[in-house]
Design a protein around this ligand. Sequence first.
Ligand code: ZN
Length: 246
Amino acid sequence: MRYLILSDIHANFDALQVVLQEAEHVGYDHVLVLGDLVGYGAQPNEVVERIRALHPLAIIRGNHDKVASGLEEAEGFNPIAQEAAEWTYRALTPENRTYLFTRPAGPIFVDAETEICHGSPGDEDAYITSDLAALRALKQSERSVCFYGHTHIPVAFRLTDTGFDLVALGPEAEERLTIEQGQYLINPGSVGQPRDGDPRAAFATFEPDLRVVTLYRAPYPVELAQEKIIEAGLPQILARRLALGR
Ligand code: ZN
C-alpha cells in the first residue's frame, strides 16, 4: 500500500499535472493532501477540481486556503500574499471556495503509523524552521511518522533512543528513507512553490508496510506557470520566484 503525499500546491496546475503523471508512473493507492491548494498561482479552480477528483483519503486546510476562502482575515500575510489571496478569493467558483472553506484543520491521524498536519501537530499555522521547533513538533506528534508542509522545504527529522537528528537528503530526483525505530517528522516539499533553491516540483510517497518514504523532485514547465501569473495580473515576483525555487 502506498500513499501519495502532496503539499503546498499553491494554484500551480502545471506543476500538479507533472507530479500526478510521475505519481501515476510510480503507482499509489491513496492521496494525502497537507494543505495550501491555492494562493500565489494563477489556476486555483483547476487545482481544487483536480484534487477533488483524486478523492483524497485525508486532506487538511492550509493558511492560504483559509484566507482565500474567506474563513480568515489576511492579517499576518505580507502585501504580496494578501494581494494573491484577494485575487484567489475573487477567482474561485463558489463551489470550490466552499470546498476549501470546509476542509478540516490538521492534525489528522491517517492510520496507526501516520499523521498529517499543515504547520505543526500543535499549531496548524506554525512554521517548523528550527531544530527546536522540529523537536517540539516531534513531541506533539502522536504517530511514528508525521508529515507536515507550510515551509515548502523538503526535510526529515528523527527522534530515536540515541537522540534527535536531521536526516540528510541528497539532490537526487528520488530519495529513499527507511523508517526505523523512533519518530519521524517529514516535509515532502512543495508541489507548486519550492523554496529550497530547487525549482523542481516536490512530492513524496509512503509505504507504511515497508516503512519506506520516498521524496521526489520533478521538473515541470515553469515558464507556463509564470506566463499565467503575469497574464492574471498577479504580482510579478510570484512568477520570478518559481524559476529560482525561492
Ligand atoms: Zn504554503
